[in-house]
Design a protein around this ligand. Structure first.
Ligand code: ADP
Ligand code: MG
Length: 460
């Protein structure tokens, strides 16, 4: 708009400038012709009388010029008005001149002009006598209002055209903006859902660069989807294949360990073997669980209305012994009855009890694993009218703030976790389980102080 405004301004100025140049040219031609005719008069007069008589000369000159404009004035070299012709009538003793300076400059040898407010042009030009002296000045007065009218008309056309053009440009740029931002937003949305591993078809019904981009994104999405599926399938297959030999190894290790009573050195080795195969078995089981989640449309892990107090209590009990071994106490605080509710509280959620127990056990297991001896683990159940909240609070080593997000990813273990063994899959499995039942997990932690994991589920 701004550049357009500047262009209009310049064009306007140019029109003014070139129009006046045209007028000047016209006037100069007229001045030349007048000079010629004046010389003619001079020559004729001299040849007829010998002695030049100014009055007569002026009258003759005016006679020739009187029809050539609105008004013609002739001055002598002392700026005295010699005579004038108004609308074709010659007046020999007219009023004095108006633009004295113009006459002065003309006597200096230059043409000069002034335009008055009522669009009258006063054009003064020097006239030379027989000795080539600037002895006289012609002043032509022209009404140039017709010329202003034309300029106004040109300007009007220009502005109208420009206005139309601006409207057109604005409308078309709005249209272009809309027709490009919408598909770009769509592509952005697709890219964002790809990054969440949600793949869908991307298609734009257009042949331009955006259409090509959409096609590229689409094929990328499909390849990524296939690749991830392949990867998951691969892990699942390998886990399956490992399960049987691992069971055999564990069985034989157990057999060897129990059979060896004399050689302490060998016993230690067998115990280690047993421990490691247990660890591997756990890892394989977790991987298999994850691959069961990944299988789309599997409904073997169905949800049903489950009483959560009992479920959490069971988990606390089952892990009590393990905690005690480390000198840790698990404190279970069940959900309290709502005020005025005389019945025993029962808080329900729609979950698969096996999976949910697994998730909570995993979190309690972490709390035990990442706590020092003789500390306390609080297991608390609360509820609101719409939610069930399960909290696992420990006094352990804690997780650094910048790792809180990452520990929920598969295979990620925090930097201070190397004291305890693990695969880094536990939390990601919990997250998937809780999200499967439309809940979410929240982690709060402070290094050296402890960690609180909160599971929030919709109440059934
Ligand atoms: N209660 C906790 N206290 C401190 N760190 C924890 C706790 N729970 C989880 N973490 C950190 O999160 C990481 C991921 O946990 P998880 O997925 O259960 O894997 P794993 O326990 O097998 O290492 C752990 O390696 C540990 O660094
Ligand atoms: Mg764990």
């Amino acid at each position: 708009m701004l550049s357009f405004g500047i262009i209009i301004f310049m064009v306007n100025k140019a029109i003014d400038y070139y129009s006046f140049i045209t007028i000047e040219k016209q006037m100069m031609e007229k001045a030349d012709l007048s000079e010629l005719s004046f010389r003619e008069v001079l020559a004729q007069h001299r040849s007829s009388t010998g002695e030049p008589q100014t009055q007569e000369i002026v009258r003759l000159a005016l006679e020739k010029l009187k029809a050539s404009g609105k008004e013609v004035r002739i001055y002598d070299s002392s700026k005295q008005l010699l005579g004038l012709a108004v609308d074709g009538i010659i007046i020999m003793d007219g009023k004095p001149h108006i633009f004295e300076q113009n006459i002065e400059k003309a006597l200096g040898g230059n043409y000069v002009y002034t335009v008055t407010e009522d669009h009258l042009l006063y054009f003064s030009t020097p006239i030379q006598d027989q000795y080539y002296q600037n002895a006289y000045v012609y002043e032509f007065v022209e009404d140039i209002s017709y010329f202003y009218a034309i300029m106004d008309q040109i300007r009007y056309i220009l502005f109208a055209g420009a206005g139309g053009f601006i409207v057109l440009i604005t409308l078309s740029s709005l249209w272009i903006a809309r027709s490009t931002t919408k598909p770009i937003k769509m592509l952005l949305g697709a890219a964002q859902s790809f990054s969440r591993q949600e793949f869908r078809r991307v298609h734009l019904n257009r042949k331009d660069e955006l259409g090509m981009l959409a096609d590229g994104l689409d094929s990328m999405g499909r390849q990524l989807h296939d690749y991830i599926q392949y990867q998951k399938q691969f892990v699942s297959n390998v886990s399956h294949e490992l399960k049987t030999p691992l069971a055999a190894i564990r069985g034989f290790s157990q057999y060897l360990y129990e059979g060896e009573t004399e050689n302490k050195e060998l016993q230690k080795i067998y115990a280690h073997l047993l421990q490691e195969s247990d660890r591997l078995t756990r890892l394989i089981n977790e991987l298999l669980l994850l691959s069961r989640f990944d299988k789309e449309g599997s409904n073997e892990l169905e949800a049903r209305k489950t009483e959560m107090n009992k479920l959490v209590q069971q988990v606390a009990t089952s892990l009590g012994a393990k905690a005690k071994d480390k000198g840790i106490e698990i404190l279970f605080k069940e959900a309290e009855a709502e005020p005025g509710d005389k019945l025993l509280t029962s808080v329900h959620a729609n979950v698969n009890p096996m999976l949910m127990s697994h998730a909570i056990a995993n979190l309690v297991d972490n709390a035990i694993k990442y706590s020092g001896s003789s500390s306390l683990i609080e297991l608390k159940l609360e509820h609101t009218p719409s939610e069930v909240v399960i909290q696992i609070r420990d006094q352990g080593i804690g997780i650094a703030g910048d790792e809180l997000e990452k520990v929920q990813e598969r295979f990620y273990r925090a930097k201070n976790a190397n004291t305890a063994n693990g695969s880094g899959l536990g939390l990601s499995i919990c997250k998937e389980i809780v999200e499967r039942f439309n809940g979410y997990i929240d982690l709060e932690s402070q290094i050296g102080k402890g960690t609180t994991v909160t599971i929030v589920l919709p109440r059934a």
